[in-house]
Ligand binder design. Structure first.
Ligand SMILES: Cc1cc2nc3c(=O)[nH]c(=O)nc-3n(C[C@H](O)[C@H](O)[C@H](O)COP(=O)(O)O)c2cc1C
Length: 190
């Protein structure tokens, strides 16, 4: 083991990876498709009641500008087979292109809110803007879950997306993608 003291910036900051990827979808009125999507590995469930979910987005992203207008947004969760699509959405900016058109995607729209959704996800949330919290060089955009989409086949009887049902996409950092190993063990409280 080695140790290093840390100043303003860490060159490598992947110790807590892999992380589940949430693909953020938000209305972009200036696009022909009216939608923009970007993956965010910095995402977290934040509250059960009300159900709150957050994504940390850098002001450098085109999505930041759209989210900062307090628009509703979606987050979608994909399986490993969609890694290339996620990498493409994360490797391009809505500032330069209409990703939906460029990648030939079909956009669906939310049930509860005017949020764009991509087909093929095993789960998605429709989120109403709740709060924008500055956190260093990213802002945490917190949304309140107003609708949940789920592929029933991906979840067990407790509502857990087990790896035998769905190989959820994991991001390890530095362009490396994977999925959870098939072994799981349910360990109940004593
Ligand atoms: C797997 C993956 C995860 C990412 N996670 C984040 C993140 O959590 N926050 C962020 O600001 N950018 C993240 N990015 C970078 C943005 O997705 C990327 O800059 C994208 O081009 C932004 O698109 P936009 O400019 O259309 O909003 C990630 C990229 C990838 C490939």
């Amino acid at each position: 083991m080695r140790v290093q003291r840390v100043g303003a910036k860490l060159r490598r900051y992947f110790h807590y990876y892999p992380g589940t990827v949430a693909v953020i979808g938000v209305l972009d009125p200036e696009k022909e498709s009216r939608a923009n999507f970007m993956p965010a590995v910095w995402n977290a469930g934040l509250s059960f009641a009300p159900p709150l979910f957050g994504v940390a987005v850098s002001p450098k992203r085109h999505s930041y500008r759209l989210l900062a207008e307090r628009r509703p947004f979606s987050v979608s969760f994909f399986s490993f087979e969609h890694a290339e699509l996620v990498a493409a959405l994360g490797g391009t900016s809505g500032r330069e292109i209409d990703k939906v058109k460029a990648f030939g995607l079909e956009v669906g729209w939310g049930e509860a809110l005017e949020v764009p959704l991509l087909p093929g996800a095993f789960a998605a949330y429709e989120l109403e803007f709740w709060n924008q919290v500055p956190t260093g060089d990213h802002d945490l955009f917190v949304g309140r879950v107003r609708a949940v989409w789920e592929d029933e086949a991906a979840f067990d009887e407790e509502g857990v997306p087990t790896p035998d049902r769905v190989p959820a996409l994991l991001y390890y950092g530095r362009f490396l993608y994977g999925h959870p190993a098939p072994e799981t063990r349910r360990i109940k409280k004593p």
